[in-house]
Design a protein around this ligand. Sequence first.
Ligand code: COA
Ligand code: MG
Length: 293
Amino acid sequence: MSIRPRRSVLYMPGSNARALEKAKTLDADALILDLEDAVAPDAKEIARSQVCEAVKAGGYGHRELVIRINGLDTAWGRDDLAAAVDAAPDAILAPKVSSASDIFTLTGHMGHAPRSIKLWAMMETPLGMLNAGEVAATAKEGSARLSCFVMGTNDLAKETGARLDNGRRGMVGWLSICVAAACAHGLSIIDGVYNDFKDEDGLIAECEHGRDFGMDGKTLIHPGQIAAANCIFAPSEAEVADARTVIEAFEQPENAGKGAINLNGRMVERMHADMAKRTVQLAEAISGRGGAA
Ligand code: COA
Ligand code: MG
């Protein structure tokens, strides 16, 4: 299966026509066109029609297009979901997913929509943390569309009192449990946003923190955050070169029957060759995708 880079996933308010247009020129891997928290109640309907028009009109190139809807328990959620299905983005992002039954309700409403429309889930409630495994497991159900978790760290901070400063030490448990759930069931997982968008050093540190947890990328709020995420969530040149060395070592005839080999004083097992193949595939997917155009 080919890998889809999701290093940089930029939110933009669906009510902001200028941002929707500007996004066509930005070097983000994915765009979340938001109808939920970034849009004021009075602007919900205009945002919905503007976002769905933009998705239908296209022009976003390689960028994955995701519409974030309001919750089904709000006045707008059902209409958002119907309109989003009709616009047929790559995925629909549902807020505050807390249980497997939330996913089944959403997929039930999506009915016979094309299978290409995936479902992404915001993981941002205390109940969602307790149920992360059962939510992720719905990805294996025949009718399910779930393909990605998005960490909602601002909501988690609000709901739990866990803090976002001090290197996010209060978030470590929530990040870990969601990475484990996502990986157990073959989902991508994207880290939460860094609010202080003028603080580049802070952003870099937080991207590295998320990457070291195993996140595939970071959700972003401002175009100025894209370059750092693209760099930090991509394998470095040294990592790609090392990966190729590991793959080649196992391809040598003398290593054909071996499970573990000595590579310049380092033990390398076949699992490392599998990891190396993934690194090379991701690097190739990134370079194949080109730049901002
Ligand atoms: N997506 C696309 N374009 C964006 C953008 C975004 N998220 N944020 C800013 N821009 C554009 C602006 O429209 C502006 O474009 P222009 O130069 O063509 O006019 C340019 O980038 C510079 O914007 P800037 O003046 O630095 O930011 P701002 O003060 O206008 O807005 C925010 C700051 C935080 C309000 C804005 O970045 C934003 O709305 N971010 C997304 C918020 C969101 O979606 N939250 C929900 C999930 S947490
Ligand atoms: Mg939220």
